[in-house]
Design a protein around this ligand. Structure first.
Ligand code: UFG
Length: 341
């Protein structure tokens, strides 16, 4: 069975393509290559030992989507990752984000209806909860005004999907990711950086590698156990596997509502300082750090109540924080060796 994966050469997309193949599906990978490299296709193929179907498609050009669906009439479901995701950039260039992330989703939904493909898994984010009043945060927590245009595209994306599911023959599972980290255990795919990293763990691994003198920790005066921000870090392969559970729930008609939402996290809050310690425990490397002022837009603490995903999606995380740190470091070293050669 063919499953369309939009943005399938990106960080979470590429790991999900591998898991789809492992689960016996045939992914049809589309990507416009704006934020990813075609070389990731070769890397995925190296892991799975066979070729994958790839089409370069600009999702904001509807005719390209129509042509792709015509070419692959066996597509039975969609996993929609394709989106811009750099928070700062979205603040400075909101229209780029609203146009790309929302128009692509609207066209996708239109074309899915045209081709009678009813199932879609959407890549959402814990950003929709803002600074939650209660922790751990469950799917019933109120949605807060978005802090950034990027976050707003996730909130609006969910609304577009919910309203469409309500009105049309479309079934949606929206997966709200907390903080995906780590890399495939083969070190063949991981999070690619074009310029400075956008997330904490690549900053830690680049500091360990000597590319940076030290990690700057944004704030030590938060109201948390050690004063640094708390997040729910989850191994990217566990995130990828949740997509297979979601696809199966949709295509086997197990859904109870045609718009369902699940948190994807480990369910544990970890501070930035605890992350630095976890990296040391996993790799034996102590990185240098210093405290810097709070970063604008950061929330103090957010971690997931994963009860619903565990019971309803029949999914549980299998990897530990130590696994994630080890895999992130192995990936950084693999990149370093490639760059040397
Ligand atoms: N941090 C540092 N130093 C750094 C980088 C990050 O101290 O150099 C801290 C941040 O302040 C934060 C934590 O590490 O407390 C995690 O930061 P990330 O940038 O890795 O992740 P965020 O939690 O800020 O971002 C995540 C997702 C976004 C999403 C956002 C909203 O990656 O896509 O949550 O909750 F929009």
């Amino acid at each position: 069975m063919k499953i369309l994966v939009t943005g399938g050469l990106g960080y979470i997309g590429s790991h999900t393509v591998v898991e789809l193949v492992n689960a016996g599906y045939t992914p049809v990978v589309i990507d416009n290559l704006s934020e990813s490299d075609i070389e990731v296709k070769d890397r995925i193929e190296k892991i799975i030992g066979k070729e994958i179907i790839f089409e370069k498609v600009e999702m904001c050009h509807k005719e390209e989507m129509v042509a792709m669906f015509k070419k692959h009439p066996e597509i039975k479901g969609v996993i929609h990752f394709a989106a811009y995701l750099i928070v700062n950039e979205s603040v400075n260039d909101p229209l780029k984000y609203y146009y790309n992330n929302l128009v692509s989703t609207i066209y996708l939904l239109e074309v899915m209806q045209e081709f009678n493909v009813p199932s879609i898994v959407f890549s959402s984010s814990c950003t929709v909860y803002g600074n939650p009043e209660e922790l751990p945060v469950s799917e019933n927590a109120p949605i807060q005004p978005a802090v950034s245009p990027y976050g707003n595209t996730k909130k609006m994306g969910e609304e577009i999907l919910r309203d469409t599911a309500h009105a049309k023959d479309i079934n949606v599972i929206s997966l709200r990711y907390f903080n995906p980290i780590g890399a495939h255990e083969s070190s063949i795919i991981g999070e690619f950086q074009d310029g400075p990293p956008h997330h904490l763990v690549p900053y830690i691994t680049e500091t360990a590698r000597g590319l940076r003198q030290e990690l700057k920790i944004f704030g030590n005066d938060w109201n948390t156990s050690d004063g640094t921000c708390v997040r729910d870090y989850i191994h990217v392969v566990d995130v990828a596997k949740a997509h297979i559970s979601a696809v199966e729930r949709l295509i086997n008609n197990k859904i109870e509502h045609n718009f369902e939402v699940f948190n994807l996290g480990m369910g544990v809050g970890v501070s930035v300082l605890e992350m630095v310690n976890a990296f040391r425990e996993a790799t034996g490397i102590s990185i240098k750090y210093s405290f810097a002022p709070r970063r604008e837009g950061d929330v103090e603490a957010v971690y997931a109540d994963t009860t619903k995903a565990n019971s309803t999606l029949n999914w549980k995380t299998e990897k530990t924080l130590t696994d994630a740190m080890r895999d992130a470091w192995n990936w950084e070293q693999a990149l370093m060796n490639e760059q040397k050669n």
